[in-house]
Write a protein that binds this ligand. Structure first.
Ligand code: BDP
Length: 357
């Protein structure tokens, strides 16, 4: 009887051990019901291998086409963030203005409807005024001067200053020098007089065009081509890549190399969105990733600037080079802006910018 009892006990123990280990096995199997949900496992080399972490997808708005230098940098940024977060943070890039024009995108960014945006500093400066100091007319000697400013103390301070307006400034990108292009021939400042020129959504840009004797007209980026074609405006002003990418050279074939301003691009995040969705460490990592894409963007920018010029000139664009004397007239015409309110408040920062070597 004792022997029978011990056999039964042994069987009970063996059975319960088997049951336990088979239920452990089930835990290790991927649960098909979880596929496609927000839960992912850390890769095997992670210490938290068993702890599922929440995956998050964020949206980035970009006005330009898929192959534009800023868009390429946006994808590089998304790639770096996904890699550094081990796949936990995914950024979807919405190029080609899918999420709206830049003003609408910046508004959405401010209240957290969009997580990231790459925009021109001109519309952005309407939300964070001091940024105007970086796009004053004929401010920089050349691109290197601008980059020394942006990558130095002044650039860093201004990038951080957007926080007060509800943004996290991530990094600067190159937007080249801006020049006029028109449907009628322009060879001098005088020729520009009275022409209706499309202007960005920014008061300083309005003043700039007015001081050069033209009439600024607000037109969304995507409508410039038709506006010139139908005679609503006689031209616009921008860099080579935008002029080429939006095919504006087809309707405005005179490109005047007056270089009236350099308007940097900014990659920014929504403060409310990031701070509610991510940890401080993640935000820091995102800022580092963005900074790392700057060199990449500048390289793509330089290549595209040259390529765009070649494309449009081969297609018939007439590049108007101005004499030093004529260029001086352009520069003299805009000098009063430096004394005007509110831009006269930038006197100190402007002189610091000029001193940067
Ligand atoms: C381009 C900028 C783009 C602006 C556009 C404009 O890259 O972000 O929206 O100019 O003039 O150079 O509106």
């Amino acid at each position: 009887m004792k022997k029978l009892l011990s056999i039964i006990m042994t069987l009970v123990i063996i059975l319960s051990i088997t049951a336990c280990s088979s239920s452990d096995d089930t835990n290790d199997l991927p649960d098909n019901g979880d596929l496609g949900t927000e839960e992912i496992l850390e890769p095997d080399d992670s210490e938290d291998v068993d702890e599922p972490t929440e995956q998050i997808t964020l949206r980035l708005a970009e006005l330009h086409a898929e192959d534009y230098p800023t868009t390429l940098a946006n994808y590089e940024f998304a790639r770096l963030v996904e890699e550094r977060s081990n796949g936990r943070i995914k950024i979807d890039v919405y190029a080609g203005g899918q999420l709206g024009d830049e003003k609408a995108v910046i508004e959405q960014l401010q209240f957290g409807g969009i997580d990231f945006a790459r925009v021109s500093l001109a519309p952005f400066a309407e939300f964070s005024r001091d940024l105007n100091a970086l796009m004053m007319p004929y401010l920089y000697r050349d691109a290197d001067h601008m980059w020394n400013v942006l990558n130095g103390e002044i650039g860093q301070e201004l990038l951080e200053s957007v926080y007060d307006a509800g943004f996290i400034g991530l990094c600067w990108y190159d937007g080249g020098a801006r020049n006029f292009y028109t449907s009628t021939e322009v060879n001098s400042l005088e020729d520009l007089s009275g022409l209706k020129i499309r202007v960005q959504e920014n008061q300083l840009m309005f003043s700039l065009i007015e001081h050069l004797g033209a009439s600024p007209v607000s037109v969304p980026m995507g409508d410039i081509y038709t506006a010139v074609q139908t005679g609503v405006i006689e031209g616009a002003e921008n860099n080579w890549p935008t002029y080429e990418s939006f095919s504006q050279y087809e309707v405005a074939p005179y490109f005047v190399l007056d270089g009236h301003t350099r308007v940097p691009e900014i990659l920014a995040a929504s403060k409310s969105s990031l701070e509610s969705k991510l940890s401080d460490e993640d935000i820091q990592m995102i800022i580092e990733c963005a900074k790392e894409t700057q060199e990449f963007q500048i390289q793509k920018w330089n290549e595209r600037e040259e390529a765009s010029r070649e494309i449009v000139e081969n297609a018939g664009t007439i590049t108007v080079e101005l004499s030093q004397e004529e260029l001086q007239k352009f520069s003299d015409a805009v000098q009063p802006i430096y004394e005007m309110s509110p831009y006269n408040e930038y006197e100190e920062i402007v002189s610091k910018i000029r001193d940067v070597q």
